[in-house]
Design a protein around this ligand. Sequence first.
Ligand code: ADP
Length: 243
Amino acid sequence: MVNKMAQILCRDVALGYEGKAVIQHLNFEVNQGDYLCIVGENGSGKSTLMKALLKLKAPMSGEIRMGDGLEADGIGYLPQQTVVQKDFPASVQEIVRSGCLGRFGWRPFYGRKEKEAAAEQMEKLGITRLAGRCYRELSGGQQQRVLLARAMCATRYMLLLDEPVAGLDPVAVQEMYELLEELNRKEKITIIMVSHDLHAAVAYADHILHISEEPLFFGTKEDYLKSGIGKAYLSATGGGRIV
Ligand code: ADP
């Protein structure tokens, strides 16, 4: 039997700044179609790991290997929204199309392929009617759909999301989770999500990576729920948010 390579294989990785490790002994793998939630307290290193997965930061030691057709520039990334992004003065269509820049190579104008890819993703995410609207005039939930469509233009394989529901109202939060679940189930898009919402993490994800001072936990959701660290964090947060 051919042993298929994981999309991401992280082996004994240490990450940190100026020679000081933030995360050590990190071991996990992500396969096509997985839905992985990364949880942990503030400052535990979740964003640092995101940067490493996007190859914006090299490990201090260990190895992060990409396989199964995946390259770091083939990952669709949905960053945490900043105030500046919320005020971005561009149309929805322009923002979604800009997600195609890495995938189809740099060109001064968008070609037919980029336009079609952007239109397809806007349709999929139910925002075609917003195409000509200015991004900053949209609701938080609509803005996240636009950024999701943009990230989907950049990948056929994997979405990396940093706190995608932060600041959204409860209805928009639910819609966002349902959209991601659909992309994962129907399109087999791998999802890696940093989340503070432990309740949602255990509801939707199939794997959990819990980053803490050690021991770290990586495994299936079912094993996390049975583990000491999983039980402790779930009871400490009432199944809710880690702060
Ligand atoms: P999280 O996303 O889990 O809140 P971060 O990855 O942002 O955690 O940060 C992990 C640790 O690394 C924190 O102690 C933070 O202060 C430190 N850190 C983050 N970015 C830098 C940086 N650019 N230079 C030095 N230390 C940093």
